[in-house]
Design a protein around this ligand. Structure first.
Ligand code: ATP
Length: 514
């Protein structure tokens, strides 16, 4: 998969729409910016991703439980969490192209360019020194690399200082001094930087009742924090333990251009892991490793993932990194892993006046636990799956196909059952087979068109297996099983189908590799 492949992204968007994965929201009214609906296959794929995450986190860990908190929360929640005062993005407009940008992202993209130059130096040196090349030594001694690093360090310090202190003029000065131009107009004609709060607000109750401004939650995490004590007590949970949740979150994103990568209504899969203060770094490393493993066993190519440490830590974090995925737009954040200290629970203690602590029987004292958070976007995972699995291929017989090589355990339809002809009792036999398989798998029946066309249709939605019923089936109760990726067919007895397919497509097979 090439980097920055706009063409690939365009193809994925078109394919997702044509085959019932993702539609623009309320499309008959020309859609709504950065809001999308999942179609019949998209909903299945999404459910399977959720199930894989939930099972890996909750079912596979004795000390993790899952909840489902409401989207609406008491408005003080967002005071305590800092979102009312600080969930802002600094925005800036280019006066010539009239395009709006996040000022911090413009600076970060500039830094990424310098990082790219360092990578180029490394590549060059690798070629020059061959076997004996020591990358670590090169990075710490090469003059040009050191200069680049110093530059990055300086820019980062200034970015961090201006973001933390809300110095918007300083941010604009930085953009001007770095000579950052608008990618569309190429001009450096910028407006001032303004703050913009990303939370959507609405009113609870009718106005006559004395309305109260409330927010659509911008993250699911706070629903976990406010329930910390409820879950700890009723579940008799002992530190360390985790609370997981999957649910919708809403952000009035300034720039929303990259399909389901950045939406205004999206879904998160988050887990907050409560630990003893002082032990957080061990758990941070543990969860980094576990989460990367989860991605890896999907088999979408380990090279498509990398860690990216946060240089600018949020004020409450003492360590943070992203797992980035190689999207068609390049490596971008897919998941965040954050060591959030006791910031959230302490803030809720302060604002609610309730004690949110754990009594440690061994130490005979209470404390506010520290938290390691793993937070992954469901929609971004969906896009990662589509990006890694979309392929255009020429088969051995010379025919062309578009195939989604979706990991079998996540595929929307697991098996298609196809009678070779629409007569001679073959359709009835195929239905009989489906009536048995449908209890375990999402199946599809298709009798229309030549068999090749039917295979193509299943390839396009990523169905990993096709069962074909022919005249021999009527004689000896065997069928052919066709593999989507290799297009190889094997003959097997109907009796063995259930067990065989189960071994190939079940989420359990993946979970065993965790
Ligand atoms: P970004 O820097 O890309 O805006 P973020 O750092 O604000 O993301 P977090 O607040 O850490 O994101 O949210 C955790 C995860 O939720 C992200 O890793 C991402 O997968 C997902 N996510 C965040 N914002 C969006 C969005 N607007 N649309 C889709 N997914 C999102």
């Amino acid at each position: 998969m090439a980097n920055h492949d706009d063409n690939l992204l365009r193809k994925i968007v078109a394919h997702a729409k044509e085959y019932g994965f993702v539609f623009p929201s309320s499309e008959i009214y020309d859609g709504l910016g950065a809001v999308y609906d999942y179609g019949q296959y998209g909903a299945e794929l999404k459910n399977n991703i959720k199930s894989f995450w939930w099972k890996a986190m909750v079912q596979m860990h004795e000390n993790i439980v899952g909840i489902d908190a409401a989207i609406f929360m008491h408005p003080t929640t967002w005071k305590a969490s800092g979102h009312v005062d600080a969930f802002n993005d600094p925005l800036i407009d280019n006066k010539d192209s009239k395009k709006r940008y996040r000022a911090d992202v413009l600076v970060e993209d500039h830094i990424a360019k310098i990082e790219g130059k360092i990578s180029k130096e490394v590549e060059k040196a690798k070629k020059r020194f061959g076997e004996s090349f020591d990358e670590q030594q090169f990075l710490t001694t090469n003059g040009r690399v050191l200069q680049y690093q110093e530059k990055i360090g300086n820019i980062n310090d200034r970015l961090k200082a201006s973001m933390e202190n809300g110095q918007l003029e300083e941010l604009k000065t930085l953009i001007e001094e770095l000579g950052i131009a608008c990618p569309i107009s190429g001009s450096k004609n910028w407006t001032d930087v303004r703050q913009f709060n990303l939370m959507f607000s609405t009113e609870l109750g009718s106005l006559a009742d004395g309305a109260n401004t409330i927010y659509l939650r911008p993250e699911t995490a706070q629903g976990i924090f406010v329930n910390f004590l409820n879950v700890q007590k009723t579940g008799r949970m002992k530190i360390p333990f985790g609370i997981a949740q999957i649910g919708k979150a809403f952000r009035n994103e300034i720039i929303a251009r990259q399909f389901i990568f950045r939406m205004r209504e999206f879904e998160q899969m988050e887990m907050q892991f409560f630990v003893k203060p002082g032990e957080e770094m061990e758990w941070y490393e543990y969860w980094k490793e576990r989460r990367m493993k989860w991605h890896s066993i999907l088999g979408m190519g380990d090279d498509n993932y990398r860690f990216h440490d946060h240089l600018n830590l949020a004020h409450y974090a003492n360590a943070a990194c992203d797992i980035q995925f190689n999207f068609p737009m390049g490596f971008k954040e897919l998941e965040g892993i954050h060591s959030r200290t006791d910031f959230d629970l302490k803030a809720h203690e302060e604002y609610s006046g309730k004690k949110l602590q754990f009594f440690d029987p061994q130490e005979n004292k209470s404390y506010v636990p520290y938290v390691i958070e793993t937070s992954i976007g469901l929609d971004r995972t969906f896009l990662a799956v589509l990006s890694a699995s979309y392929m255009e291929e020429t088969l051995e017989d010379g025919s062309e196909r578009v195939v989604l090589k979706i990991p079998a355990a996540l595929a929307p339809v697991k098996v298609a059952v196809l009678p070779l002809l629409k007569k001679d009792g073959l359709p009835e036999k195929a239905r009989e087979i489906i009536d048995d398989l449908k209890f375990n798998f999402n199946c599809q029946y298709d009798e229309k068109d030549a068999i090749g066309r039917r295979y193509r249709r299943q390839d396009a939605i990523g169905t990993p297996y096709c069962v074909t019923v022919d005249h021999q089936t009527l004689e000896d109760d065997t069928v052919t099983l066709r593999d989507r990726d290799t297009a190889v067919q094997e003959r097997l007895s109907i009796r063995d189908l259930n067990e065989r397919i189960e071994a190939l497509v079940s989420i359990n097979t993946l979970l065993r590799k965790l």
